[in-house]
Ligand binder design. Structure first.
Ligand code: DC
Length: 231
């Protein structure tokens, strides 16, 4: 029986980290947690409850309501994929829409939101045997994780991937330029916010997957994992 470890995968939006994190978790039999989905679910809650006006969030009201926002994950029996639930309702599709992507960095910069979600993420990973992806997993959520990966790729590569994904899901009212602008804006906010900005942990291994196929990056990640657990 191999030792169970904690695997933290951080990086920019649409860097392909979720795809590789999910695949690795499935291959090695670990739980997978998409922490971006949790920030997206809180953002959806804010949008649905009138807590966002333009780029201004009613932080005082949101703080009062944080205890009432319950985010859970469930497995879709048909696809085997993990899906996000907000107060019992499946919101997996809605949280990926542009109206949520356009506001999520603002909500994710609010300290009270981060404290609540980080505490929940630490509880979810307390038994190890978990692959968690996000922005601050290796730096804040699990600074002692045995395996830390920092995924990098150009903004244009990432925008193209996200655009292709939206198109494949039937979303035709968005242009590549819209997606690139959103990716660049989010990069900027995620890297410059005061509260746990996106940055590489000192002991993270960097993966630039700009020119890698999905199969190549999966093989690379599995190799890193095997080297760490067999050490
Ligand atoms: O990975 P994603 O694009 O679904 O993430 C959505 C947003 O949530 C992104 O703008 C940054 C934020 N986020 C964060 O601040 N911390 C995390 N651990 C995960 C995501």
């Amino acid at each position: 029986m191999k030792k169970k470890i904690t695997i933290a995968i951080d990086g920019f939006s649409s860097s392909g980290k979720s795809t590789m994190a999910k695949k690795l978790a499935k291959t090695i039999g670990y739980a997978y947690i998409d922490t971006g989905a949790m920030y997206r679910a809180v953002t959806l809650y804010c949008l649905n409850n009138g807590l966002i006006n333009g780029d201004i969030v009613d932080v005082a009201e949101l703080e009062c309501r944080l205890a009432d926002i319950r985010i859970t994950f469930g497995v879709n029996a048909a696809t085997g994929a993990s899906e996000t639930y907000l107060n019992g309702e499946n919101v997996e599709r809605e949280i990926r829409e542009m109206r949520v992507s356009g506001k999520v960095s603002i909500v994710a910069a609010i300290p009270a939101v981060r404290h609540a979600l980080v505490a929940q993420q630490q509880r979810m990973g307390s038994e190890k045997g978990i692959v968690m992806d996000g922005r601050d997993i290796g730096t804040v959520v699990f600074p002692d994780a045995e395996m830390k990966i920092y995924v990098d790729a150009s903004a244009e590569t990432r925008a193209q991937r996200r655009f292709d994904e939206l198109r494949s899901k039937g979303n035709t009212d968005v242009t590549y330029e819209d997606v690139l602008r959103n990716v660049q804006e989010r990069d900027y906010i995620d890297q410059t916010r005061a509260e746990s900005p996106l940055r590489k942990a000192d002991d993270a291994i960097v993966l630039d997957n700009s020119t890698m196929t999905i199969a190549e990056q999966d093989a690379w990640l599995l190799d890193v994992y095997n080297r760490i657990v067999n050490k």
